[in-house]
Write a protein that binds this ligand. Structure first.
Ligand code: SF4
Length: 778
């Protein structure tokens, strides 16, 4: 049952609404999305009653496909009975997830049969945009919608300004990602913006400083004996989650020597609850702890001297820094972790090999995140846990059939020579591949140039970003915005045209998981049920748009299969037969090969670097002012906070709980019911506070409070907990939607409403946790 929501009030008629400002909006959204002409009244759903006389045995089959309720993209199989999908489970042929799924996988049936889906292209007929403004959607034909989009794309190219097209890529299949990237390339825009910088780009930057590879690493969990998890929610938001859940069971129950797990986090997370030791650290100080662990390991000669001397560079500078600046006593003052506990942790980590240090969002999504990630990476090198069983491993890629090179025209060349709107690779974000949250700032200022048109592919950045209000404002400044997705998300709400995409259970695609397994594994997506409405898969939409745009853009897509299924066939032909792929749903590469040191490190020394030659070269190339050698070494610098401590004494920690379905929606009763496992409830968001702190503020457990930052305030019920750092207020993300469907609209609040804008300046990663707040009775 739904409990009374933190910020909801009952309206006559039984509907629930959010704050006063949302009342009008929600009502309008309900009219717009609920209108029969939009949804298509004739479409049947799994919940429809079985018609009389239809009791004959159902035709049943299992179909192998893959999930995308989060970026893990696990292989699944779906039971289809009587033409309807009725059950989802893991594909036992997958070696990545070993036939298992996470709890979110079961949401798939509710995604597929969600009655709030868009089934026809929609066109806005009200030029006015904004929350609370009825877009007055009108259904249009695909032909009409695509013709208008192509006309506008042609016009921008005719002006030789293709850089003024902005593309947003949310959570898409890898085949859609490949198509979108190719479209950006051929069209000539440098402005393809993913949501990666809302995740943990800092980890990639830290790895790059250490080993020269800008990307996530994997961990050999089957063979490790010790895990030091710095802010890594292994059982909640880490990826690939289904694999991690499976491996956790193996590490803790099936191995003869149970893997010891220590969790460092200001919040008693689900992972902390299942670990051997929880160390509640002062927020944003993980780098200092990592350096203190290095101090003890080096001072007591516990490091792997053979690996360090043969395969690392810069050890002397790192050693000097760790010994001079990071004694356990000094670091205890910074981190709040007792000096003796630091020593114990260091001895255990170095003495229980193979051991791994893993960084996660709550440690690295800070303004100091890249250096924190670097400091954590160096711990692994110190104990020789690089490319060995039980250590850090490096994900193998899939060798697809290659696509032919793009014969780009002069217009595309001109467009791509322009700076990107998100200022990646500039002095502001010198290392960044993407700076997602810079986009609203650039759009609002019209700098470095104004945008003419944007297309969003399954994106919903205005719910996921710190300082999210800016996204709403910025999207309204785009002269023509097209959104492609199966639902009217908050981002789609500002579109001029919505194109209805298929869900992942209705489309052909290929997919692979983020780093986790080491060995490569490719998954097939195939339709398990016939298409509903007039929805189309994204690759097919791109084929059509490219064809209609014409010229070099059309040429870039010729001979690639012509539709979603054809594209998958084209790309996978060199790997396995189509028949086998359709039957098994997976292709698996060679077993992982350890100790590839000769070809592993992309650093100037061709070794793991404790002193980053890559960073030194970057600073020189971009003419950046360095803080001496410190700029090239892992180190702790105090994180920047938004808001004065005197006015806002607490730190807001917006965390991602297990049941956040990352396709952008929470419109699923199954996920809502189990939303906050650590609080034992669903359908709401709490301000989770340390009991002593809350009592000192005169608060009552379960009473309503305001959580206020310099950017605004939100209202929620307070929940007392012994498992929160005394200076922290933890709030779950994923709720607070005002569009997207009836099961989530008006449920809870989104802490991103009151977070401010700041970044890890190297990687462009948004800093999620540095907003200071105060809490008082509502
Ligand atoms: S981990 Fe992600 S992709 Fe895998 S089953 Fe769960 S929701 Fe689906």
């Amino acid at each position: 049952m739904k409990s009374e929501d933190a910020v909801s009030q009952k309206k006559p008629g039984g509907l629930k609404f959010n704050r006063r400002t949302f009342i009008k909006l929600s009502a309008l959204t309900g009219v717009a999305i609920g209108a029969g002409q939009i949804l298509g009244p004739a479409i049947t759903h799994s919940s429809d009653p079985v018609p009389p006389g239809a009791a004959a045995p159902l035709d049943e089959k299992w179909i192998n496909t893959s999930c995308i309720n989060c970026p893990a993209r696990c292989a699944i199989k779906v039971r289809v009975a009587g033409g309807k999908a009725v059950k989802i489970t893991g594909n036992p042929l997958s070696r990545v997830s070993e036939g298992k799924v996470c709890p979110r996988a079961y949401v798939g049936l509710q995604v597929l049969y969600d009655q709030g889906r868009v089934n026809f292209p929609l066109k806005r007929t009200n030029a006015q945009k904004g929350k609370g403004v009825d877009p007055k959607w009108q259904p249009v034909s695909w032909e009409e919608a695509l013709d208008e989009i192509a006309r506008r794309l042609q016009a921008i190219r005719q002006k030789e300004e293709p850089h003024k097209l902005l593309l947003f890529s949310g959570l898409n299949t890898r085949s859609s990602e490949d198509m979108i990237a190719r479209f950006a390339e051929a069209y000539g825009t440098p402005n393809l913006v993913s949501g990666d910088a809302l995740e943990a780009e800092t980890l990639k930057a830290g790895n790059w400083m250490a080993d020269g590879r800008y990307g996530d690493v994997a961990y050999d969990l089957d063979n490790t004996n010790y895990i030091l998890a710095f802010g890594a929610d292994i059982l909640e938001s880490s990826r690939p989650l289904a694999r991690l859940l499976r491996k956790w069971g193996k590490m803790r129950r099936e191995k003869p020597n149970r893997t010891r797990i220590v969790v460092i986090n200001p919040r008693y997370s689900l992972t902390a609850a299942k670990s051997d030791l929880w160390a509640p650290i002062n927020p944003g100080t993980d780098a200092a702890l990592a350096m203190a662990l290095a101090h003890v390991i080096i001072r007591e000669n516990l490091y792997d001297s053979a690996f360090v001397s043969r395969w690392t560079a810069g050890f002397d500078a790192y050693k000097k820094l760790a010994l001079d600046e990071y004694s356990p006593e000094e670091v205890a003052k910074i981190t709040g972790v007792d000096a003796d506990d630091i020593r114990k942790m260091a001895r255990e980590f170095a003495g229980t090999r193979p051991a791994i240090a893993i960084g996660g969002r709550e440690a690295v999504d800070w303004t100091n995140g890249s250096y924190t990630a670097y400091a954590i990476a160096c711990l692994n090198a110190l104990v020789g846990s690089i490319d060995v069983p039980g250590g850090v491993i490096y994900q193998e890629g899939v060798k697809f059939s290659p696509m032919p090179g793009i014969a780009e025209d002069g217009i595309a060349k001109k467009g791509k020579s322009q700076p990107a709107l998100d200022l990646r690779k500039t002095a502001k974000y010198p290392l960044a591949e993407v700076v997602t949250n810079q986009i609203p700032e650039s759009l609002l200022k019209g700098e470095p140039y104004p945008v003419e048109m944007a297309i969003g592919f399954n994106s919903n950045f205005n719910m996921l970003s710190p300082g999210m209000e800016k996204w709403d404002e910025a999207l309204r400044k785009i002269p023509f915005y097209v959104h492609i997705a199966p639902f009217v998300s908050e981002m789609a709400f500002d579109a001029d045209i919505i194109l209805p995409a298929t869900t992942y259970l209705e489309e052909w695609a290929y997919d692979f998981s983020p780093p986790g397994s080491g060995f490569a594994e490719l998954k097939l997506k195939q339709p398990v049920v016939p298409l509903r409405g007039k929805n189309r898969p994204i690759p097919e939409v791109i084929f059509e748009i490219a064809k209609k745009t014409g010229g070099a853009v059309a040429n870039a897509f010729a001979g690639l299969g012509d539709n979603a299924e054809g594209f998958v066939k084209y790309r996978t032909a060199s790997l396995l037969s189509w028949k086998e792929f359709v039957e098994t749903g997976v292709w698996i590469g060679n077993d992982y090969e350890y100790r590839k040191y000769e070809r592993l490190f992309a650093t100037p020394s061709k070794k793991f670097e404790f002193y980053s030659g890559n960073m030194k070269a970057l600073f020189a190339a971009k003419k950046l002012a360095a803080a001496g050698d410190l700029s090239f070494l892992p180190h702790y610098g105090a994180p920047k906070f938004l808001g004065e401590a005197s006015a806002f004494p607490l730190v807001l920690l917006p965390y991602q709980p297990l049941m956040v379905v990352e396709n952008g929606s929470q419109n699923y009763p199954w996920a809502q019911e189990a939303f906050l496992p650590m609080c034992g409830v669903g359908w709401q968001v709490f301000a989770e506070m340390n009991t002593d702190t809350a009592k000192k503020l005169g608060l009552k457990n379960g009473g309503f409070v305001w959580v206020e930052s310099a950017s605004g305030k939100i209202r929620a019920k307070v929940k007392f907990s012994e498992g929160i750092h005394p200076e922290v207020v933890a709030m779950a993300t994923g709720q607070g939607h005002w569009s997207y469907g009836k099961w989530q609209t008006g449920i809870g609040v989104n802490p991103n409403e009151i977070t401010g804008l700041d970044y890890d300046s190297l990687s462009g990663q948004s800093a999620f946790f540095n907003t200071r707040v105060k809490v008082y009775k509502a």
